[in-house]
Design a protein around this ligand. Structure first.
Ligand code: FES
Length: 246
């Protein structure tokens, strides 16, 4: 069921509940007909003059309580509907789960290649790295195709380890990503190299729009399978994480 369908059902149920409640309240407040009163031996109230204006004293205690109860019920329903709609349509602008405009694509490209390390984007929980392989290879790998790697030249790598979800830091000496929890290791392009991780790091779609780099964090693209090696097969220096077997 889509959020719109769910919100629509909540609205219909709320209106229906209010209509039933209002009908019951009106029925209770209505005086018995003369015939019914005669049959039941009840006193029939004097009919009111047609042109008499109602005043406050006409609203009996029972009527007042019913109206107050009805108003409280309606206010509660309205509040519930508003909270439900707010929950179903979260404000996903400018953070993880939305499309993020990260900055000028050329500036970021220069920054990454000068510093020779990925750029971490905290708002989106991903690292931006430059794709170091052959664009033709990227077109052959479904995950890279979905992420638009060959065309953009960038990779947006989700920092969450695909083993058990730890945050994966960058290891400057090795120039790999190395997970401190169980020692999984990934190349600069997030490709699986070592440890218990079942695949390469997950990633996000990247595109360059009017010179700006835009990363869509609303959809996680599952990382390439183990054995994917398009670049950097070996570490460049010492590892940051060493997990002893046994
Ligand atoms: S969570 Fe990263 S290796 Fe286990």
């Amino acid at each position: 069921m889509t959020p719109i369908q769910f919100a629509f059902i909540i609205g219909i149920v709320s209106i229906g509940a209010w209509a039933v409640f209002a009908a019951l309240a009106r029925r209770q407040a209505r005086p018995p007909s003369p015939a019914a009163a005669a049959a039941g031996g009840l006193d029939v109230p004097e009919p009111r003059p047609m042109l008499r204006m109602p005043d406050v004293s006409d609203i009996g205690r029972r009527k007042f309580l019913l109206r107050a109860l009805g108003f409280a019920f309606l206010a509660g329903l309205a509040q519930f509907a508003l909270v439900s709609i707010d929950f179903l349509f979260p404000r996903l602008r400018g953070g993880f789960g939305s499309k993020l405009e990260v900055g000028d694509a050329e500036e970021i490209r220069n920054e990454i290649s000068t510093q020779r390390e990925p750029k971490f984007i905290a708002d989106g929980r991903f690292y931006l790295s430059l794709y170091e392989g052959d664009p033709a290879d990227a077109e052959d790998i479904p995950a890279y195709r979905k992420a638009n790697v060959a065309e953009s030249g960038f990779m947006a790598l989700y920092r969450k380890c695909v083993h058990l979800g730890c945050s994966v830091p960058w290891c400057p000496p090795a120039k790999w990503f190395e997970c401190p929890c169980h020692g999984s290791k990934y190349s600069v392009n997030g490709e699986y190299r070592d440890g218990p991780a079942p695949r390469s790091l997950d990633q996000f779609h990247v595109e360059v729009v009017d010179g700006k780099l835009v990363v869509d964090t609303s959809t996680i693209i599952q990382g390439a399978p183990r054995g994917t090696v398009t670049s950097q097969p070996q570490p460049e220096g010492a590892h940051c994480v060493t997990i002893r077997e046994g």
